[in-house]
Design a protein around this ligand. Structure first.
Ligand SMILES: [Cu+2]
Length: 132
């Protein structure tokens, strides 16, 4: 019994160590904070940039195509923190997002080199979309 428990505990410790080693390092790495392009798609000629808002914004950085109708699609899911209070200063956008749901924000056409930045209302969390 003691050895089984010990085995379970060391198993947990092992998993914890793996998460610490790989998940932890990977999670704090810059590359995983950046969009890998998977959150940007095109639907019926409209570019969709998906951002999830919960305890901050993810991905923190996305790259989108300039000169194309673009919609920011903000996903909230049990978002009770201030990242549900979204501000995008350059387009005068300020909304309280639903705690769970999808909010589409249409962006004006962007030219290459422009960046759209979003913030929580307190400015502690942010994300950006770079247009190329
Ligand atoms: Cu905040």
């Amino acid at each position: 019994m003691k050895t089984i428990l010990g085995g379970i505990l060391s198993g947990f410790a092992f998993v914890g160590l793996m998460i610490l080693l790989f998940g932890g390092v990977g999670g704090s790495g810059l590359s995983s904070m950046d969009g890998d392009g998977k959150n940007v798609s095109v639907e019926n000629g409209v570019q969709i940039v998906e951002i999830s808002a919960k305890g901050g914004y993810s991905p923190r950085k996305s790259v989108a195509k300039a000169g194309m109708p673009t919609t920011l699609r903000i996903n909230t899911k049990g978002t009770f923190d201030c990242s549900a209070s979204l501000v995008i200063p350059s387009i005068n956008y300020q909304e309280n997002l639903p705690m769970s749901g999808i909010t589409d924000v249409k962006l004006p056409l962007q030219t290459a080199g422009e960046t759209i930045q979003g913030f929580c209302s307190m400015g502690m969390y942010s994300f950006e979309v770079d247009f190329e």
